[in-house]
Design a protein around this ligand. Structure first.
Ligand SMILES: Nc1ncnc2c1ncn2[C@@H]1O[C@H](COP(=O)(O)OP(=O)(O)OP(=O)(O)O)[C@@H](O)[C@H]1O
Length: 777
């Protein structure tokens, strides 16, 4: 790879890299343009008359995507670029004029036989080549469906006077990098400016957390550069009216018993904490993570399913261990060996201080056991790497990692447990017997499916905490019924009567259903009945994969969404993401809020409401509003900007229609787009993947699985098709009050389902009874 000066920036270019152009453009036109150029050059190559591999052959360009001549600075930059290209590639006739760098890059890529890897990522850094644009309104990152993510950005900073903020920022960043770890221009040159700033912010956070020896003088650290700064000569009149209120994800203050759990975690104890649905397990989890990270601990949060993992900004148990589903078939010793042999996984596992496992009820005991064995094996003391004394981690449960486990064994159990023998990996028969004669492990009993039945669990020496205060429900009668359902105490006839026949006000309630098909049909049917026009919002997905996380390239690939060539999304696995890929909204539609907007006002994840209107907001005012949103990173702002530009309802002026929702508590809010970022990969600094979308979903129906973790004001439950008895408790416990709950369906069959659900797990009951819970004052 070579590094070449261009204009005021350092650029990198190589036949090994994919190429992106990041500059301003009428992006859609320009994208078509480059696509066309590439297609044509491919055709030429395929033709017998073609001059194979010849460089600089002019590619017909029918229109100028920018519709205006380049500024003198741009021409200079282009000229320089051409000179460089000539130097490198001996280009004869790269006829570079105002027909642009696009063509040159296309040709360059062609010459290098790179065009199949050529990525065109169009990003607007405001104002460059667009004198008329006065506000920061990033254009969508449009990428060709046949191309991977770019790993090289070409920036044309054509007007230094107008780009002073950017230049300052870059130079500060470069100074800082130099002072940190020796200057490597690649890292600076390849990242878009926002990523630089964001990376720096993270680095600062990270350094302060891990107590790095590197101290960064504050004046060298680029402060976040506001989009307005980037368009310092913005002349768009400031709108007198403020934009809609910013969204801020909130968490409630902890109650004393919750605080006590966090304190135990801070003391480094292994903890299992549980409690009924709604006692704040997830709330505590987030707080533990936050506080331990602040102490410089490497904290990993994992969950058995992708859905939960995304919700807690963690990874799945599988990903954490570096295991694929097929690994189930491996004998234990081989599994340990394979885990250790994976350099990336090995390093990541050896680095962890604290592991938090959520939804432990869904982790099969065999899996828990195999995790323990593999972690002990991988973390075994290596005299070359470990200088500290003390017991060998291999002799400690989970290799000496502080283990914090949470969930509720009365909620959903492992999915299809005991498919394989824990020791030899042989597939178990329907009677859960291991057919491998050489294996001493013979029989598995369904009642041993939960993690607490494993030998590893017994060795963990947990501090057991049972949270008692339920925050979701306040009504005592309802709490008592739920507790019966949770612990398997039989409902009396009177209880069933209360559940089935109580007074309820569930108009506009969401329906919880066991299967996705039912949910889809219900939502579609209700949506189609609404007479008003439809507003459709395409999500904006993005990712930043660190250089050393190349294994994530494939996993989080941006792929074409359905037939829509211009919409690229990340597959978060089986539609697991909280936010829709394409959200369709209409006036009078019933919706659910998917973020904590304002807890004091009761607007939280799961709040229900009706869309009463759509308001047109200028993208400029939206972006200015985001400026005031605390904690929002540049990546998020940029993604939201991209989202807004992708979903304009008028081009000139650039406006987006935002839904106004009246929530069931009477509060009305304009709902702004939100961007959820997930940190992925190891080691730090982490890669990230994100999705920006309006944080709403159709509120007519949702699956019980998806409702897990939600608090619902009004809910109608259809229990007729439950395929897992514990879905009953999960579904019932989403409601806040009896008044907001209605159970639908044929009375006799529902009664049967309720009774069956109550049979509960004797093992769980025994475990809960026999455990010595810590009592707090
Ligand atoms: N200390 C608290 N004060 C007020 N509200 C709280 C407190 N702790 C949690 N909550 C609220 O109670 C609701 C349930 O909390 P949370 O989701 O953390 O419970 P959970 O035990 O994880 O529930 P589930 O088992 O159903 O997933 C949330 O709306 C949360 O904001």
């Amino acid at each position: 790879m070579s590094f070449l000066p261009l204009s005021n920036r350092i650029l990198s270019f190589s036949s090994q890299t994919t190429v992106a152009i990041r500059t301003t453009a009428k992006h859609a036109q320009a994208t078509r343009e480059i696509h066309q150029s590439i297609t044509m050059s491919r055709k030429r190559r395929a033709s017998p008359d073609a001059t194979h591999g010849r460089i600089g052959r002019p590619v017909p360009v029918e229109f100028d995507p920018w519709n205006r001549p380049l500024t003198p600075q741009a021409s200079n930059a282009a000229e320089e670029w051409r000179r460089i290209r000539r130097q490198i590639d001996n280009v004869e006739d790269a006829d570079l004029d105002s027909q642009h760098v696009i063509r040159l890059l296309t040709l360059a890529a062609e010459h290098r036989r790179e065009y199949t890897r050529l990525a065109a990522g169009w990003k607007m850094l405001d104002h460059v080549l667009q004198p008329k644009s006065r506000t920061y309104e990033p254009l969508p990152l449009v990428q060709h469906d046949f191309l991977p993510e770019p790993d090289l950005y070409l920036d044309l900073f054509v007007d230094p006077s107008r780009n002073q903020a950017i230049k300052d920022c870059v130079s500060k960043y470069q100074q800082l990098k130099q002072s940190l770890d020796g200057f490597d221009p690649r890292s600076g040159a390849q990242w878009p400016i926002y990523e630089l700033v964001e990376a720096e912010r993270r680095r600062r956070e990270y350094n302060s957390v891990v107590g790095s020896h590197v101290s960064v003088p504050p004046h060298q650290v680029p402060d976040e550069v506001s989009p307005q700064q980037l368009s310092s000569n913005s002349q768009e009149p400031q709108e007198p009216t403020p934009g809609p209120e910013p969204v801020l994800e909130e968490r409630p203050p902890l109650c004393p018993e919750q605080e006590a759990v966090v304190k135990l975690a801070e003391q480094g104890r292994n903890i299992f904490y549980t409690g009924s649905a709604g006692c704040g397990k997830s709330t505590v989890l987030h707080e533990i993570k936050r506080r331990l990270k602040a102490k410089g601990k490497v904290v990993k949060v994992i969950a058995p399913t992708g859905l939960v993992a995304l919700a807690i900004n963690g990874s799945t148990t599988w990903t954490f261990m570096g295991w694929a589903p097929d690994f189930n078939k491996m004998p234990l010793d081989k599994l340990c060996g394979v885990t250790k042999a994976n350099e990336r996984v090995r390093k990541a596992l050896r680095r962890v201080h604290t592991l938090i496992i959520d939804e432990i009820s869904m982790v099969e005991s065999n899996f828990f056991e195999r995790m323990d064995s593999a972690l002990r094996f991988v973390r075994k003391r290596d005299p070359e790497e470990d200088r500290h004394t003390g017991p060998d981690p291999a002799s400690l449960p989970f290799g000496g990692i502080q283990l914090i486990v949470t969930g509720d064994f009365c909620q959903l159990p492992p999915i299809k447990p005991f498919k394989h023998c824990v020791t030899c990996g042989f597939e178990l028969s329907t009677t859960k017997t291991c057919a491998n004669r050489a294996c001493r492990q013979s029989q598995f009993r369904l009642e041993d499916q939960f993690a607490f039945s494993s030998a590893a669990w017994q060795k963990c020496n947990f501090n057991y905490v049972h949270l008692k205060t339920i925050h979701r429900q306040r009504d005592e009668e309802f709490r008592a019924l739920l507790e019966k359902c949770r612990t398997g105490i039989a409902f009396s006839q009177a209880d069933i009567e209360i559940l089935m026949n109580h007074e309820s006000s569930t108009e506009d309630a969401v329906r919880l259903m066991p299967t996705r098909e039912e949910v889809y049909e219900t939502n579609e049917r209700a949506f189609k009945k609404l007479p008003d026009p439809e507003f459709s919002y395409k999500c904006s997905d993005g990712r930043h994969i660190q250089e050393n996380h190349q294994y994530l390239e494939y996993k989080y690939a941006l792929e074409q969404n359905g037939d829509d060539r211009n919409h690229r999304v990340i597959n978060f696995g089986d539609d697991n993401h909280r936010f829709e890929k394409v959200l369709k909204l209409k006036k009078d539609m019933s919706v659910l809020l998917l973020v904590n907007l304002n807890l004091r006002e009761g607007l939280c994840n799961g709040s229900q409401g009706i869309i009463v209107d759509f308001e047109s907001h200028s993208v400029g005012s939206l972006m200015r509003t985001l400026e005031g949103r605390p904690g929002l990173t540049y990546t998020q702002k940029e993604a939201i900007g991209t989202f807004a530009s992708r979903n304009l309802n008028s081009e000139e002026p650039r406006m987006i229609a935002l839904p106004v929702v009246r929530f069931q508590n009477g509060i009305e809010r304009t709902i702004l787009p939100e961007c959820l970022v997930n940190e992925v990969g190891d080691p730090a600094p982490y890669s990230s993947v994100w999705r920006a979308q309006i944080p709403l979903m159709a509120g007519y129906a949702l699956t019980i699985h998806k409702a897990q973790g939600m608090t619902l004001e009004r809910v109608v439950i259809n229990l007729e098709n439950v395929f897992e008895d514990k879905q009953v408790y999960v579904a019932l416990s989403r409601a806040k009050t009896l008044d907001g709950l209605k159970i639908e369906g044929d009375k006799e069959s529902v009664k049967e389902v309720l009774e069956r659900a109550l049979q509960g797990d004797l093992q769980v009951q025994r475990f809960m009874e026999e455990t010595q819970w810590i009592e707090f004052e």
